[in-house]
Design a protein around this ligand. Structure first.
Ligand SMILES: NC(=O)C1=CN([C@@H]2O[C@H](COP(=O)(O)OP(=O)(O)OC[C@H]3O[C@@H](n4cnc5c(N)ncnc54)[C@H](O)[C@@H]3O)[C@@H](O)[C@H]2O)C=CC1
Ligand SMILES: O=C(O)C1=N[C@H](C(=O)O)C[C@H](O)C1
Length: 252
């Protein structure tokens, strides 16, 4: 099938492009700086996206929110399903994705690693089994990451709130005289080197500590999950889908 990849010159989009080509699909790599090739295919300019989508089976996007909203809008106009891996959308961006999902199937996931789906389930279980335990989240990414906290961190915190049936106060770091208050969840962001993505949740109380950690060891894990989603999505009804739908599990 013909797969259009936006952000194909990026760290993750490039990996997705190689995965698409490696699985024998027709790759159309798109970039706002279209010089050269990716995975043996010529880069195409983003301004040609409406024409490039004409015969496409699916769009896969790993860019930035402002570009993603634009590209997904073109996909919706062309009737092409969209897989969105980009993170960091504000509420306006999220409603633009909802609008697009009225006319095409749209799957957005903050993390396409299967281990993160399992982590979400374990976090829900721990949150229910350990009511009232203090929770602190730490995420670590490479020094080129733009958004903070990560999309995955936000998804994990949402899962924690759902399981606890409360909205914990997300406290971003601490400084000076700033003791922990009841109802808080501490959120700690580290940016260094080339770390692919690590998320750790700590549950502590009752003289014990439970630590749950997921670490991506290559971007290939995200690319494989995104292309699994791209192969699964065409032919579905318009609407919002999650990566858990692809692997028959949980949510986002
Ligand atoms: N859902 C998941 O599993 C994963 C999601 N991500 C997300 O994917 C996104 C991209 O991450 P990276 O590949 O590390 O970034 P990157 O900076 O390496 O690549 C971004 C790509 O978007 C393009 N781009 C940037 N600004 C643009 C603009 N204003 N208009 C059009 N194109 C633009 C760049 O040219 C590049 O091709 C981030 O939001 C990141 O959080 C990253 C890894 C896994
Ligand atoms: O920017 C990244 O690299 C990653 N972004 C995603 C996020 O924001 O959660 C997923 C993964 O952690 C890598």
């Amino acid at each position: 099938m013909r797969v259009v990849v936006t952000g194909a010159t990026g760290r993750t989009g490039g990996e997705v492009a190689r995965e698409v080509a490696g699985r024998g699909h027709e790759l159309v790599p798109v970039s706002r700086e279209p010089a050269g090739t990716v995975a043996g295919a010529d880069l195409r300019p983003a301004e040609d996206l409406p024409a490039l989508l004409a015969d496409a089976a699916v769009l896969v996007d790993f860019t930035v929110p402002v570009a993603s909203v634009d590209y997904v809008g073109h996909a919706a106009e062309a009737g092409v399903p969209a897989v969105v891996g980009t993170t960091g959308f504000d509420s306006g961006g999220m409603s633009a994705l909802d609008d697009a999902a009225e006319s095409v199937p749209l799957l957005k996931a903050s993390n396409f690693a299967r281990g993160v789906q399992a982590l979400l389930n374990v976090v829900r279980e721990a949150a229910t089994a350990l009511p009232g335990y203090d929770v602190e989240l730490t995420e670590t990414h490479h020094n080129g990451k733009r958004d903070a906290p990560s999309g995955t961190a936000t998804t994990l915190l949402d899962a924690l709130d759902d399981a606890r049936e409360e909205s914990l106060d997300r406290t971003h770091g601490r400084e000076g005289e700033d003791p922990r208050e009841p109802g808080q969840v501490g959120v700690h962001v580290r940016r260094a080197g080339n770390v692919r993505g690590e998320h750790e949740l700590m549950f502590a109380d009752n003289d014990e500590v439970l630590t749950l950690t997921h670490r991506a060891e290559s971007r290939g894990v995200f690319a494989a999950g995104a292309v699994d989603a791209a192969e699964w999505l065409p032919g579905r009804a318009p609407g919002r889908y999650e990566f858990g739908d692809v692997i028959g599990d949980g949510d986002d």
